[in-house]
Design a protein around this ligand. Sequence first.
Ligand code: HEC
Ligand code: HEC
Length: 346
Amino acid sequence: MLKFLKLTATICIMSVPIYADTASLGRLATSAEVNAWNIDVRPDGLGLPVGSGSVAEGEEIFVEKCAACHGDFGEAVDRWPVLAGGQGTLTDDRPVKTVGSYWPYLSTVYDYVYRAMPFGNAQSLSPDEVYALVAYILYVNDTVDDEAFILSNNNFLDMPQENSEGFFMDDRATVEYPIFTRNVCMNNCKKTAEIILRAAVIDVTPEETAAKVIEAKTKSEIEINLDDELIEEPIIEVLNQELVTAGTKIFKKCKACHKVGEKAKNGTGPSLNGIYLADGAQVEKYKYSKALRSASESGLVWDDLTLRAFLTKPKKFLKGTKMSFSGLKKEKDLDAIIEFLKLYSQ
Ligand code: HEC
Ligand code: HEC
């Protein structure tokens, strides 16, 4: 404030020759005017006028000039501000913020009371009256407990304030700014995106489509790869009906040993439900040959190629298999039976 005033004064002096002749604007501020304006009191004590006042004196002034609004003991009347109490409540859901619990510097109390109170008659108090009032405010906040206590410009800085450590310098420039300004990834940030929940599961899909979604899910896992925007389609093929019908007939050759459909059980051979694209030898409770088990362990999967080879000449494709079947010779029979097996793998 003082610095600012000096600056203003300098500008005024510099300005005088220019404006004096022309518009006759402005004059130097008098020292009384500067003093009236320069009333701030700072935490380090700068700006504190010489003076003193006791708690007892303060109480008298307070009752006369402040209590109508703030209550006899700073407890407040109606909804006027509370000046006392609330210590230890700052971390509560409903903190009580008062001069005693919240204000970090006593200098602010002095500054505020002189600058703004009593409400409606600001800056009417003498320094001694303000010292006395601040002493009384300390008293109702239990900082001092003797009515004879005298607060003055000499002991002012020794008075403790409960929340003096509660405020700190704004460190956002060093603490927060780097967080908000670092380079953040804006595209292709994640290698893969995995579906962890489906609309059907969290119940936002209408009933009739929900059933289909769940069905599709059991058939295949849908993967979306953000890197190359490649979407693997779920393996729901539209089957060739003609081939399936033809396959039904071919399956008669297998029926003695294999069953398919809802009630299919293992017989001489394992049930063939879900065999297409399944690992070899995975049907439960079926006792496979060692040959098929070890082929499966080496990664045998029943796809078009392996099924075709196996069903053409079982014993040639898989030496040691216990499937005693001579094989299908015709290309179209192989196409048909594979299509048929797909039907029971959906
Ligand atoms: C007519 C009612 C009234 C009177 C009389 C009055 N005040 Fe106030 N006081 C207020 C109001 C209203 C506020 C809040 C002002 C604001 O927030 O802008 C306040 C705020 C304060 C505060 C700050 C409280 C806080 O925690 O924000 C203090 C300290 C204070 N008054 C002290 C005094 C003293 C000392 C006197 C007597 C010299 C006094 N007041 C007389 C109405 C009054
Ligand atoms: C005489 C009985 C018999 C006939 C006929 C037969 N199979 Fe098999 N099949 C088996 C046996 C036994 C196994 C188990 C092989 C093993 O463990 O080595 C087998 C295994 C299979 C497997 C591998 C199953 C798995 O879980 O890995 C497929 C696929 C298969 N048969 C398809 C067929 C088809 C299709 C036909 C008709 C075209 C057919 N089989 C005809 C007895 C038969």
